[in-house]
Design a protein around this ligand. Structure first.
Ligand code: F6P
Length: 331
């Protein structure tokens, strides 16, 4: 931080590019703002490529400056728009992107996104383009970080929804299966379950059997527990299918609710805004220090510069202490 306040930093960058890519996540705008303003404070210009790597390859961008990013820290989504680019997965697409950056005089690129986007950023860095990533995905599935931008907001949204569903479950003595996002990862399911006291949580990382779910419900019903909330991550199965199976195997009323994209949008929590601001600032400082092929985020309360290849190739496990806690309290 004190380096920004006038330390001995050698700034050779004149212009940086910023893009947001992959699934949007609340807090991306706060990151765009922090990157732009940190650059401005160093006398570095910023441009924002639109629609992720697609905008980079087609050279579609807007100028960003300290004033143009006013009033966005509290906004969900991304003012730069986002996309999952198929063309950028090809070598031709990436060569095109590198040529655009050279043509535009961009000295470094900040990629704000999750695993797929950071894989793209890493590949670009291997072609000699200075690239620093900012870890941002609601899935919280990036190796090397405790939390990624957007996860906290998504979990809070899921918690709010599950609390409401519990009211209905209690009033009607019903079983509810709530499906939350998480294609390959059960972070949202795990933390939302812990925070709401859900009865059963089914993340993709922990194998489960359908008969075991029925046995657990049957035991609970025998013990006079009349309502249940089951949280399933989308990567572990579909809520409708599980609800149908429960209805077919137990004398209960079971309903399914898919939370879906409400988890992706909305005003970011204070946690996501600050995480995004810290990460955005650190990304620009890293670029100015000629770092590349890294992703910025937080671990153990500190900013870390994580090797990008390791981050995108290693699996991020569920936090073991939370899994253990769930085993104790969700009985
Ligand atoms: O990457 C976040 C995520 O929300 C996943 O959990 C989900 O499977 C996926 O994005 C769906 O995104 P889209 O429909 O935008 O491709």
């Amino acid at each position: 931080m004190d380096r920004l306040a006038g330390g001995p930093l050698q700034v050779t960058m004149r212009r940086i590019g910023i893009l947001t890519s992959g699934g949007d996540a609340s807090g991306m705008n706060a990151a765009i703002r922090a990157v732009t303003r940190t650059a401005a404070s160093m006398g570095v210009a910023a441009i924002g490529f639109e629609r992720g790597f697609d905008g980079l390859m087609t050279d579609t961008w807007i100028e960003l400056n300290a004033r143009s990013v006013s009033g966005i820290v509290e906004l969900g989504g991304t003012i730069l728009k986002t996309a999952r680019s198929e063309l950028f997965r090809t070598e031709d697409g990436r060569s095109q992107a590198a040529a655009v950056l050279r043509h535009d005089g961009v000295d470094g690129l900040v990629v704000i996104g999750g695993n797929g986007s950071q894989t793209g950023g890493y590949q670009l860095s291997r072609m000699g383009v200075p690239v620093v990533g900012v870890a941002s995905t609601i899935d919280n599935d990036m190796y090397g970080f405790d939390y990624t931008i957007g996860f906290d907001t998504a979990v809070n949204t899921a918690v709010d929804a599950i609390d409401r569903i519990r009211d209905v479950a209690e009033s009607h003595d019903r079983v509810f299966v709530v499906e939350v996002m998480g294609r390959d990862n059960g972070s949202i399911a795990l933390e939302a379950s812990l925070a709401t006291g859900a009865d059963i949580v089914l993340p993709p990382e922990l194998p489960f059997s359908l008969p075991a779910v029925i046995t657990r419900l049957r035991d609970d019903i025998m013990a006079r527990k009349k309502h249940h909330v089951i949280v399933i991550a989308e990567g572990a199965g579909r809520a409708q299918d599980l609800a149908a199976y429960i209805n077919a195997n137990l004398p209960v009323e079971c309903r399914a609710t898919v939370l879906g994209y409400v988890q992706r949008g909305g005003s970011p929590t204070r946690f996501d805004r600050i995480l995004a601001s810290i990460s955005g600032e650190a990304a620009v400082v890293a670029l100015s220090e000629n770092r590349s092929g890294i992703i910025v985020g937080m671990r153990d309360g500190h900013v870390v510069l994580q090797d990008a290849l390791e981050a995108v190739t290693r699996r991020s496990p569920l936090r073991p202490e939370l899994v253990k806690l769930l085993g104790r309290v969700s009985i």
